[in-house]
Design a protein around this ligand. Sequence first.
Ligand code: SF4
Ligand code: SF4
Length: 76
Amino acid sequence: MAKIKGAIVVEIEKCKGCGVCEVACPTQVIKLHTDVNGKGYHFAYMENPDACIGCANCAMVCPDSVISVYKMKVEA
Ligand code: SF4
Ligand code: SF4
């Protein structure tokens, strides 16, 4: 059966490290990185990429709209 898998891309230099996306993700995909971007903010990244279901919650809550969500079908 085909399953939906998701992936996100964060525009690292535009992320301000607010962490709203981390809280909004139902499957705990997102964490704030220990590294910082050019502005000194801990940016969001996929800590558990396999858990992403492409729900787009993170993209909807990001105040700066710096997250893009991609969905793909995976044949299981
Ligand atoms: S698309 Fe959904 S599951 Fe994937 S990282 Fe964003 S909130 Fe989490
Ligand atoms: S909600 Fe947006 S600005 Fe805030 S940490 Fe996530 S990606 Fe960065």
